[in-house]
Design a protein around this ligand. Structure first.
Ligand SMILES: *[C@@H]1O[C@H](CO)[C@@H](O)[C@H](O)[C@H]1NC(C)=O
Length: 193
C-alpha cells in the first residue's frame, strides 16, 4: 500500500502533507451531513458515446469517508452501454447488478481474462489495479452499484490514457505499441478529442 501510495502521489507544495486524503475537519465543526449523500436513486445520463454513466461517491462528495478506505458508485448502462476497460489504482471493487444483465471481466497481470455474464442480484469482484469492464449486452437499461476499498479510488481508462492525453502520445510510440499504422493511430486519436 505504501508503494502504491507513492506511485500515485501527486506533486504537492512542500509545506503540505503527502497523504491520499484530505485535511481533517475540526471535530467541533463536523455535522451529520458530513456523513450523508443523496441522489443515488437517480439514473445517470447515459446519452454519450459509451452509453454509460458512473456516479462515484468518493471523499469529495461524502466527506465522512475521509480516512476510512471505502467509497461507492452507481453505474447506469443504456442498452449496449459500456463502462470501458479501466483500472482503479487504489481500490478493489465489488459490484452488484440491480437491474439488467452485464458481461463483466478483468484481466490479470498474466493477461488472463476472467469474465462472465451477471444477472440481477449477482455480484463480482474486480481486484485492485486490474483492468476491468462492464458491458450491457441486453436490450434494457442496466443498473449496478459498487463498493470500492478506498475513499479516493482513482480511475484510469485505458483508451483515454493512450489516445486522449494532452499533449498526445507520439504516433511513433502508439504505432509500435499497438502494431498499427499512422492512419489508424490518427483515426483513433481523433475519436478522443
Ligand atoms: C444528457 O446528456 C446529453 C449529452 O450531453 C444532453 O444533451 C442531455 O440534455 C442530457 N439529458 C439530461 C436529462 O440531462
Amino acid at each position: 500500500m505504501l508503494l502504491l501510495g507513492l506511485m500515485h502521489a501527486f506533486p504537492c507544495h512542500p509545506l503540505t502533507l503527502f497523504v491520499n486524503g484530505v485535511a481533517c475537519k475540526n471535530p467541533n465543526q463536523v455535522t451529520v451531513d458530513d456523513f450523508s449523500f443523496s441522489g443515488l436513486d437517480k439514473p445517470g445520463n447515459t446519452s454519450n458515446k459509451l452509453g454509460s454513466a458512473v456516479n462515484l461517491v468518493n471523499v469529495e462528495k461524502l466527506p465522512g469517508l475521509n480516512t476510512f478506505g471505502i467509497s461507492l458508485a452507481r453505474i447506469d448502462y443504456a442498452p449496449y452501454g459500456l463502462n470501458p476497460p479501466h483500472t482503479h489504482p487504489r481500490a478493489t471493487e465489488v459490484l452488484v447488478v440491480l437491474e439488467g444483465s452485464l458481461y463483466v471481466g478483468f484481466v490479470t497481470t498474466a493477461n488472463k481474462l476472467f469474465a462472465k455474464v451477471l444477472n440481477k442480484g449477482d455480484s463480482f469482484v474486480f481486484p485492485i489495479g486490474l483492468i476491468h469492464f462492464q458491458y450491457n449486452y441486453g436490450t434494457t437499461n442496466a443498473v449496478a452499484f459498487a463498493g470500492l476499498s478506498s475513499q479516493n479510488p482513482g480511475v484510469i481508462r485505458v483508451a483515454d490514457a493512450l489516445f486522449g492525453t494532452k499533449p498526445p502520445i507520439s504516433d511513433d510510440v502508439l504505432m509500435k505499441a499497438l502494431m498499427v499504422d499512422q492512419n489508424t493511430v490518427d483515426y483513433i486519436q481523433s475519436q478522443f478529442q
